[in-house]
Design a protein. Structure first.
Length: 202
């Protein structure tokens, strides 16, 4: 396994996810983009990595990095993988952009032993301020889009996802809540910009 300790420029959420992944695991990254996280995991964790991405130009960037990435739509894909084929399925900053997140998460739970879900917290205090005081749809560090230009179709909070997991009988193994530069443990639904959940079937 080739080591690379120069992770200073790696985004905080990517560093948190990388710390969860067991070396030499089989990993699927849903909505992998240009493959920054997947490449880092291959180099530092020695994983057997795969990606799914719908943007063709991003796929070309992944191929240039030597990554194995399929051109698929998360909403309609994942059917051909066997049960528990992957040790981890990563669902980072993607779930809120799919048409049916509930179905997508359950498909990921079928093919993956553990799922890493990361999403922006719509109930961050600054988002609440913009919505209630200024009367504008929030634009924050983790939600940097105007209402007419956002890829997000579902807006949720940390509490919302906890309630979802309880309702769907999904076990939450770990929660990490983040500001822009660090983790946060006090009132995360109010102060965290993003959250990362490690989940599995009950």
């Amino acid at each position: 396994m080739r080591k690379n300790d120069n992770n200073i420029h790696l985004k905080l959420d990517h560093r948190i996810i990388a710390s969860i992944i067991t070396p030499e695991s089989r990993v699927l990254d849903l909505g992998c983009g240009e493959g920054q996280l997947l490449e880092y995991l291959v180099k530092t964790r020695g994983i057997e990595g795969y990606g799914i991405e719908i943007n063709e130009s991003a796929i070309y960037k992944c191929v240039e990095k030597g990554l194995s990435v399929s051109h698929e739509d998360i909403d309609s894909g994942l059917k051909d993988y066997p049960d528990h084929f992957f040790d981890y399925v990563i669902f980072n900053q993607t779930m809120q952009q799919v048409h049916n997140p509930k179905k997508a998460i359950h498909r990921a739970l079928r093919i993956g032993k553990q799922i890493i879900v990361g999403f922006p917290n719509f109930c961050h205090i600054f988002a609440r301020y913009q919505l209630t005081i200024r009367g504008n749809v929030p634009i924050t560090h983790s939600l940097p889009y105007t209402w007419y230009d956002t890829p997000n179709m579902h807006f949720l909070s940390i509490k919302d996802f906890q309630s979802f997991c309880h309702h769907e009988k999904i076990r939450i193994k770990k929660i990490t809540c983040l500001t822009q530069k660090r983790t946060v443990k006090i009132l995360p639904n109010l102060f965290a910009y993003n959250a990362i959940f490690l989940i599995e079937k009950s």
